[in-house]
Each structure stands twice: as C-alpha cells, then as structure tokens.
Design a protein around this ligand. Sequence first.
Ligand SMILES: O=P(O)(O)OC[C@H]1O[C@H](O)[C@H](O)[C@@H](O)[C@@H]1O
Length: 541
Amino acid sequence: MSGSNDAVTADRNTGATTPLWDANPAPAPLADTQAWRQFVVSAQHADLTAATLRIVKAPHVAVDLSAQAQSPALMAAGEALLLERGFDPARACLLEGGMANCTEARPAWHTALRSADASLRVADQVATERERVRNFVRRADAEGRYKHVVNIGIGGSDWGPRLVVSALGNAGTRREMRFVSNIDGHAIESGLLGLDPLHTLFIVSSKSFNTIETLRNAERAIEWLRAGGVQDVNAHMVAVTSNVAGAAKLGITEDHVFKLWDWAGGRYSVWSSIGLPIALALGVETLDGLLQGAAEMDAHFASAPISENAPVQLALTALVNRNVFGYPSLNIAAYDARLTNLAPYLQQLDMESLGKSVDVYGRPVSVPTGSLVWGVSGTDAQHTFFQWLHQGTDPTPVDFVVCREADHTFAEHHRLLLANCLAQREALLRGKSFDTLLPEVAKTESDPERAAWLARHKVHPGGRPSTLLVLPRLTAQSLGALLALYEHKVFVQGIVWGINPFDQWGVEYGKVLATGIAEELNGGKTKPHDVSTAHWVDEWK
Ligand SMILES: O=P(O)(O)OC[C@H]1O[C@H](O)[C@H](O)[C@@H](O)[C@@H]1O
C-alpha cells in the first residue's frame, strides 16, 4: 500500500476505488518508512500523565484518551503516518465496496448492510433481505409463533446476536432465546433442555453452511423435532446463509433462507440477516436501532477530521501501545454486567482480523501486529485479575466501557459501579510510590525495616494507560455505534500495518486436521502425526 493516490484505481466493473495490492515495486516495509520512525519517536516523547483532558466525541460514544500517550507532535506524526499508509483511499475503498479483502478478492462491505444510501450497488438486495427479516418477525409476533428460539451458529454467526440479545435483553426477551455454538454435545443437549418442539424455531446461521459444528448441531435439532412429534420440520427451521444449496441439503427450503453475501465477512455480519435472533428476541425496532447507530458511526468515520475521528484515534493509540511501548495485550473492561459478551465479541473481531504475520504484499510484517484481546466485565474483573494489571510485570492497556445512566432503579449500585470504574483507571495511571506508602505503613508498623519491606510490596508502578468509552446509556443505537467504532479501529490498524484484516486463513489448517483425526477416531486409516497426537488418537479410537 502506498501513500499516493496512484495506489488506487477505479474498478471497471463497480466504479469503486480499489487499492493496487500488487503495486510494483511494493512500497517500503512500515518499519523502514520515515513516517513510522517519526511516529515512534513522537510517542516515546509523549506525555502519559493525563495532564490534558482529551475526549473525542463520536455518535453515542465519548472516547476519553486522556490517560494515553499524547502530545501535539504525536498527533501530527499520526496524521502523517496515515497519509503515508494511504489511509484516505483505503477508507474510500472500504466504504465504497472496493476490493478491501484482497486475498479473497472481494469487498468487505459491512457498512452497506446498515447504510440508508439507496444508491449503493447492493442497496436493493440488502433492503430486500432486511424487509424479509422484518416481515418474518412481524408475522411471528402477530401470530404469537415460537415461544423458544435456538440460534445454531458459531464465530461470527453467533457472537454478534449473542452479545446484542444478552446486552439489550437483560431485563427480558419476547421469546426464550438460546445460543448453541459448540460441537461439544453438552452444548446442544443443554440448548434443547426443557423446550417444547412444537413451539421452537431453529435458526441455522452459517455464512458458508460448511461449518461442521453448525451442521452437526442442526442435524441433532432436526432429529429432536422429529422425535418430538413435529411433522413439518421445515416450518421450525430457517437458515441464514450465502449457500442456499447447502441449506437445501438439510431440507431447509429457499423461502426459509435469509441470504447474506460473500462480501459480508463473518465477524462483521451481525448487521445482516444474522441479526434475525435480535429481532425475534427484542423486536424489529431494536435491530433497526442497532443498524442506525452503526451507520451514524460510519458517517463519523467517513468524515470527521483525523484529530476528532474516534476510530482513527483509538487505532493510533493502539499502535503506540503495541508497537512503541510493546504491550502485547489489550484488556476490555466493560463496567456493565449486560456487556459480558463484549470481550469475546471483540476478541473475534480484533484477533481474527489482526492476527497476521504477512503484509498485503506477501512479505513478513516489519513490526508486531494484533494484540491479545481479553476481558471480563467489571467489577468482577477487579476480583479476578486486576491485581495483575496493577502490579504485574506486563503493563497492559485497558479499554473501560461504561454507561452514564443505568436502566435499573438501584441508584447506589450505579454510583458504586461508576466510582469503581474511575478508581481503577486512576490507580493504573497514577500508581502509588514507595515514598507515599512508607509513612502510611509506618503508622501501623513500628519496625522501620519491616515497614519498608511491606511498603515495597504495596507499590503500584502507575503509568499504565487506559481509554474510557462512555455511552450515555445502553441502547440499540449506542451498542451499534460502539461495535462499529471497534470495527473501524481494527480496520485502521490493519491499514497502517499493511495487513488484510478481512481474511482468516489461520483458522483453516486446524479444521482440516480435525477432519482427518475424526476419521481416524472412527476407525479410518492411520495418518502420520507427532508422537503425542499419535498416542492419543490410538488411545481414543
Ligand atoms: O458462518 P460460518 O460460515 O459458519 O462461519 C463461522 C466462523 O467460522 C470460522 O471460525 C471463521 O474463522 C469465522 O470468521 C466464522 O465466523
């Protein structure tokens, strides 16, 4: 990717801008560019004391970056870096449906799924499927159909609806909702437990309709329906997929298939018909609100100046933490019990997108890429691993996510939640020195040597960066905006690193090996393995 506009051409078929990944000669690796060196030096000299309040306002989310490295020089270097890396044309390519996913030769056009722009070349097909989802749900609601809904899907066909339903359905859903993803038979067993087959709908969600977990679980669901006396199994099943023929093999007729398209990536697909469980659980308006919030974030990402562009600034901050300070992970601390699924959702979004070692020109990357993303919601996290965050040997940036207003009536609980969130950030940043601690400890410890020894154990190094993301309250719109914010953040990181954030070749190899081993466990021919794998295959077959 080059910074000049000739890295981009108009695609003859689509009219959309398309970066030339095979630019010849390929531009210099990131680490060798002057813009990168300048960015690194600026970050090394930046301030990390939260001396300056720095809040970037995006639709439905305020992003407080005060407790991250900042300086005017770093801001300028970030802008220059984006220019050098061709950010503007790359963003245009993404938003206009160009070939953003170069290794799979297709767009990554999740923004089209939530756009109200009727002039997009996919607008009609998107609107048609959206309307089919709405009609299906409206009819089910009007006729009082389906007391129970079981979503069978995994990865991007699971985490999005699972997150949104658990977040916004915290106080109840219109139907009992279950999510079955894992091939572990315990998952489908508990997913079916206690349900009435005559009043259950299965949504088999799989973009490829090729995913073994989903296919096997769907087969178990069909057997269960039949065993429960259901004659017309098709009436209890719908599929969401880009593979209509695959769904037909399972007996799901085309009129029960909601389509998605190859240009909608799995981990970016909650905005498509994959969102059907959301509408069944919470109403069509909730799904619409989610899309609307995300579309507002898209508009912000497309047009806000770099210095006020929340996804861009979050991404630049992530680059500083990962590449300049060398922090290998990012902790997601959602101070909201409804957002317990945010961390695993972002884990897939970020790690599947940015866990790459080769750039778009096929060269080894010249700097480390995607972070380990992990987290548990606060305040549970404080009693689980915050000790490590405060005093461990690996400083780790934290994204704190919190809602200004809660939707329950227990005012004191929310006050305490907010206080804890602010306090943890402050402790991470400010730290507590030996000199401050010693007189405190000395008050109860008269032996000076023992007081010093104990004070050393209590030191908090501080200087540990964090971001605070504040939503006014948790709504469909604000949740949609938050997820789109992270999508674009990940995209910008990918652009700077020069990697393709839209493929996931790394999940394929293990799947292929698993198929072979499953055959062996079933009495098939032995294949060559390392000694340990061979041992267990032999033991278990
Ligand atoms: O929706 P499916 O085709 O069943 O794929 C489900 C999941 O499969 C793999 O794990 C991919 O890496 C994910 O990105 C995808 O979301």
